[in-house]
Design a protein around this ligand. Structure first.
Ligand code: GSH
Length: 277
């Protein structure tokens, strides 16, 4: 692991690191905020998964999580959203696929299967690296994310309920297997057999019996992707049918940007801190 940069903030350290990823077969960059409490022992970890077009840096620069994370003693880990670099298959003019659009799946189709393994990266490789190199209490982890990363957080929590104490999302893609900006990506990463997509679709995972105790989700009413891409009512329906507690807050006038995310970041940090103990 290489340190790209470190910078003191609110008594903690905001760092950026890179490493040669086995899962993605390329160098990957990620951000970690270590709160001041870490000098007294391991601290709980909150994973933040970003949305389409993002790197590790968007939430680090605009998410405004450090002040409260430092107060609550939370480590914040922000992975990249896809493999990147020379030789990685990509569609340069398509922001909904390839670089910046890994959708947190393990691709099975050529030529993507070699690198686009963001599910394994986020659930296995990066946690092992964090556990080995940072003062993290890996018995206390929670997960959140935005848009494509909200989909990532919800699906990962549903598939690994024993790993995470809590899960929340900002404007998550509720049903990626039928939304216009995600369905083509699932088809290219996972093939045309729609049965394979179910493992990466929140509503279908719930339909197939996966469970998580409760979710918090915030959604702006002025989000341009609300009607076609995000459709939180599908999450609401799925949770209701399954008896999963969902706190869905429609936030009047907010859009899809980090101005929305940063407004409600404190609420999400407090939600997770309360459940991380
Ligand atoms: N590039 C797209 C927008 C993509 C977009 O809104 N991405 C969200 C996640 S789905 C984001 O967080 N963008 C980065 C940012 O706002 O910093 C467009 O121009 O319509």
């Amino acid at each position: 692991m290489k340190t790209v940069s470190t910078s003191k903030s609110h008594g903690g350290i905001q760092g950026v690191y890179s490493h040669a990823s086995e899962a993605c077969a390329c160098d990957m960059t990620f951000a970690v905020f270590v709160p001041p409490q870490a000098k007294d022992g391991p601290v709980p970890v909150l994973w933040y998964l970003s949305g389409l077009t993002c790197t590790h840096a968007n939430v680090m620069d605009k998410g405004e999580y450090r002040r409260l994370a430092a107060e609550l003693g939370l480590m914040i880990v922000c992975p990249d959203t896809s493999p990147r670099g020379e030789g990685i298959p990509d569609e340069k003019d398509n922001w909904q696929f390839g670089s910046g659009a890994g959708f947190y799946v393990d691709a099975t189709q050529a030529p993507f299967a070699k690198n686009y393994r963001m599910y394994s990266y986020v659930i296995e490789e990066l946690p092992a690296l964090i556990a080995a190199n940072f003062p993290a209490d890996m018995s206390r982890q929670s997960i959140t994310g935005h848009s494509m990363g909200g989909h990532g957080a919800l699906t990962i929590a549903l598939k690994n309920p024993e790993r995470f104490k809590s899960c929340s999302a900002f404007a998550p893609i509720a049903q990626p297997s039928t939304a216009g900006w995600s369905k083509p990506a699932l088809e290219k990463y996972l093939g045309t057999d729609e049965a394979a997509w179910r493992a990466y679709d929140t509503t279908l995972l719930i339909e197939d019996g996966k469970r998580f105790p409760e979710f918090l989700a915030d959604q702006g009413t002025s989000d341009g992707f609300l009607q076609e891409g995000l459709r939180p009512w599908l999450l609401e329906d799925a949770c209701k049918k399954a008896g999963i507690g969902l706190t869905l807050r429609m936030q009047d006038g907010y859009d899809h940007s980090y101005n929305f995310i940063s407004t409600f970041m404190d609420d999400h940090l407090r939600w997770h801190a309360a459940r991380l103990g």
